[in-house]
Design a protein around this ligand. Structure first.
Ligand code: SF4
Length: 374
């Protein structure tokens, strides 16, 4: 989560607010929402103080150069900061629905917690109301969103009602989707324009179950994928490239091509060096250039069967020339950095770069500036 330190109006209430400039407030004010006016100059602060002192009860002010009009934030009064829940100018947007999960993946970037966290889904719902624009794509993440059951359905239907043109992408391990009761809630009728992003880490149960640290998960995920297929739902399969997965990646590509030909595309993803990945470093840290033969072979299998494939979170210099055209710029804006070496790289504009926390963890390859983009 991206946090912004700021000077907050004394006594401001915690909770979700839309950030506005003092000039635009009059044109957008409505009693149903809460507004945080950016007051960085003495004049703006005086203007905001006059508003706050009036009968208008749902307006407060904050001073920070890092707040932007259109942000949706939640205020943490105890720590004089706000957490940015939505920033219009970002390329990637997501709502965090729960921190609970029924898996414990070796490379999980967001280690789950067991406690109930119903306030997160309510925060997501209020965030949707405070967004002044509709993003082209909106991810629903966790944790495992399907653990929310009916609340996930409520969230999806709220997104659809408030942001009708937004493509929704649910990141799920798929294990609960074969449950007839949940499938019936989700798909009868289905919410329009939803894609399902489902990880699969092995061609056999022993491997997938080991990677997600959950016995029985492989069979459940396959059941979930078949349920999605039955209900005509688009699926992106996700494969995180850690060592146990890379060891058998070509077997997995073959399994997917033969048994799951209905998936829309397959995403091969460099591991994020944070969370459980740090604790399981010996299994998660790889230099992708050392796996060129495996990656090239897996992509060839997907292409032979006509399955679209892409790389995510993968710097271009981690890939051989022939695979660079499959790479997407996928790292969320606030997590995305480049190394000093990148300044001399001809491919920087097209490259996904690195996760901001690579210095505490590792880079997905030895960074080598590309002289010429072919
Ligand atoms: S040197 Fe930097 S910008 Fe160039 S391909 Fe590698 S990571 Fe990307």
């Amino acid at each position: 989560m991206r946090t912004v330190r700021c000077e907050l109006q004394p006594g401001v209430a915690p909770g979700v607010h839309r950030v506005v400039s003092a000039d635009e407030l009059a044109g957008v004010w409505t009693p149903e929402l809460r507004f945080l006016v950016v007051a960085n100059t003495p004049e703006e602060k005086a203007q905001a103080e006059r508003l706050v002192g009036s009968e208008v009860k749902n307006v407060a002010w904050a001073a920070s150069a890092d707040l932007m009009a259109g942000d949706v934030v939640t205020i943490d009064t105890a720590r004089s900061k706000v957490v940015v829940l939505y920033r219009e100018s970002d390329r990637h947007h997501s709502l965090f629905a729960t921190n609970r999960c029924n898996s414990l993946c070796l490379m999980c970037s967001q280690p789950p917690t067991p406690q109930a966290d119903p306030w997160l889904i309510e925060e997501a719902m209020v965030t949707l109301c405070h967004m002044r624009t509709s993003p082209a794509h909106l991810g629903i993440t966790g944790g495992e969103p399907t653990l929310l059951g009916g609340d996930l359905v409520r969230l999806l239907r709220t997104v659809r009602a408030l942001h009708p043109a937004t493509c929704i992408e649910v990141l799920t391990n798929g294990r609960r989707l074969a449950d007839p009761a949940l499938a019936s809630m989700l798909f009868e009728p289905p919410v329009e324009n939803v894609s399902w992003l489902v990880p699969l880490y092995g061609h056999a149960s022993y491997l997938h179950d080991f990677v997600v640290q959950a016995p029985g998960a492989f069979d459940q995920t396959i059941g979930g994928l078949l349920a999605l297929q039955e209900h005509g739902q688009p699926i992106q399969l996700r494969i995180v490239l850690i060592e146990p997965v890379l060891q058998h990646l070509k077997d997995l590509a073959d399994f997917i091509a033969r048994n799951l030909p209905f998936v829309r595309e397959v995403a091969l993803m460099a591991s994020e060096p944070i969370g459980f990945a740090l604790a399981n470093r010996e299994l998660c840290e790889v230099d992708l250039l050392d796996w060129t033969e495996v990656l090239t072979g897996a992509v060839a299998i997907f292409r032979r069967y006509g399955l679209p494939v892409l790389f995510m979170n993968t710097p271009l210099c981690a890939l051989p020339t022939g695979l660079r055209g499959f790479a997407h710029q996928s790292i969320s804006d606030w997590k995305n950095v480049f190394a000093a070496e990148c300044e001399n790289c001809a491919a920087k504009q097209q490259c996904s770069g690195l996760f901001a926390w690579h210095e505490r963890g590792w880079k997905p390859t030895r960074i080598q500036p590309i002289q010429e983009l072919v």
